[in-house]
Every structure is written in structure tokens, then in C-alpha cells.
Design a protein around this ligand. Sequence first.
Ligand code: BT5
Length: 257
Amino acid sequence: MTHKPPTPNPEWVIHRFESVNSTNDVAIRMAREGAPEGTAVIAGEQTAGKGRLGRSWSSPAGDGLYLSAILRPDLPFDQVWQTGFVASVAAAEAIGKVSALPAQIKWPNDILLSGRKVCGILTEALKPAVTPSPFAIVVGIGVNVNNSSFPAEIAQKATSIAFELGRPVKLQKVEGAILSRLHTRYAQYLSEGFAAVLEAWKNLDCTIGRRVVVLTDDSAVGGIAMGVDSRGDLVVEREDGVVVCMAAGDVTLLDTT
Ligand code: BT5
């Protein structure tokens, strides 16, 4: 089967909302109803923005970009996780371009400016059984654009583009850059494969070589981040010399660069 790449930016078909619970939830509903690849949902505010693993994403009105894009790659379903890497490369490049600051990726797909989280990515997939084939992936991207403050629980680890630059930034500019880079990197992923995207990811990554603690539901693994393997797992050498591959988790960087 041949795969049709998404319509090129600016021809994404964008559905705009003032306020939604979650752009991912809206996009999932649209995907179930057959919305094609290249459909994007953008909201001015999310009342129940989602992070990974049931966590929440602070989404105040007017300050951030809340965007979900529907992709329908003609690829094996077990490669869905790779689109998270595609999106994180695209988001880091877009934020870097708009801000002219060095945006970096912390494994697996947090985007950081000055070591603080400026963007998070949540990828969700619908199997062919619940959506017209090929299956659908919803890539949710949240960017702190003009936030000048954050809820107390994230104040120490979050930042916005405007906060870093000391001046406001046009949301439209960030949106255009994200959609453009997402299109480019997704097209590259489809034509060249995951290795090319992973190479770009590695060039933006700030995790490898650092002393880390990786928290999962039931463990905390400390050591040196040695690399990312072909499955996207983080390879950590523990202090006792044992090397472990982490498929999921939250990384805390312990040393400074
Ligand atoms: C993420 O999860 O980072 C994925 C966030 C995805 C948000 C987008 S917005 C558009 C689309 N629609 C949605 O409903 N979601 C997507 P995770 O790695 O689990 O990080 C969540 C954690 O980041 C929270 O537990 C907080 O500690 C922190 N956090 C929450 N809001 C934040 C914000 N605005 N900026 C920085 N950190 C935040």
C-alpha cells in the first residue's frame, strides 16, 4: 500500500475552538468519525488538558498553544511510539526557530528552554477497530507561549517562550512554525524512516551523558544516561554497573551542563 503524505502546511485543515476540555479528546472524537490525516484541532484554552499517565497540562486561556494533529501513517501499529519522537523534534525546532533560543529535548519528549519545560507532547492512538483504517494517531502538543506565571506545583520547572525572551510572542507565529516543522519531519519519517528522525532527535537531546534519575510507577533508577536504542528506550548505566533500558518514565537531570 502506498501512503499519501499529509497536505502541506499551510493546508492543514484546522478546526479552532475558544475552549475545549482537551484538544486531544476533540481530535480523538473526530478521528473516530473518520477525520483525515492533516486535520488539526487548536483551542484557546483547555479546561482539562491532559499530560501522560493521567497527569494534567496547565492550559490557561490565551497564553499557550494547545494543538492536536491527526496522522494516519500506513505503518505497523507497534511503531506508534515513534511519532512522539517525530513531534518532539518538530516542536523543538519550531520553538528554537521562533525564539532563536536553543530548545532542547529531554527524553522522551519534553521540550526545554533554559532547562525548564516549555512544551509537552501526548501521543494517543486509535486502533483500526475503532476508526476507519489506517489507524489514527493524535499528536497533542502544548506550548507555553506567553505565560508570565504558573501554578505553584510547576512554577520551579516550567517556563514560557515569552518569559525566556522578556517579551510577548505571537501565538500564530508559534502555531505556524509547529505545523510547518511537524509536516516536514513527518514527511521525512514516512520517506526515510525512523532512523533519520532519531538522528535529528539526538542532535537536540540534552539527556544523554547526564546523571539522571528515571522515575517509573514502581521504581527509581539512578545512573548515567548512555543513549537511546533503536526502540527509543533510554539506556541507563546504574551506579552498580548494570545497564538497564527504560521504556517509559520521567527523567530528572541531576547535573548541570
Ligand atoms: C506532557 O505530559 O508533557 C504532555 C502534555 C501534552 C499537552 C497537550 S496540549 C494539547 C493536547 N491536548 C491535551 O489534552 N494534551 C495535549 P507529562 O510528561 O505527563 O507532563 C505532565 C506534567 O508536566 C504535569 O504533571 C506537571 O508536572 C507538568 N506540567 C503541567 N502543565 C505544564 C505546563 N503548562 N508547562 C510545563 N509543565 C507542565
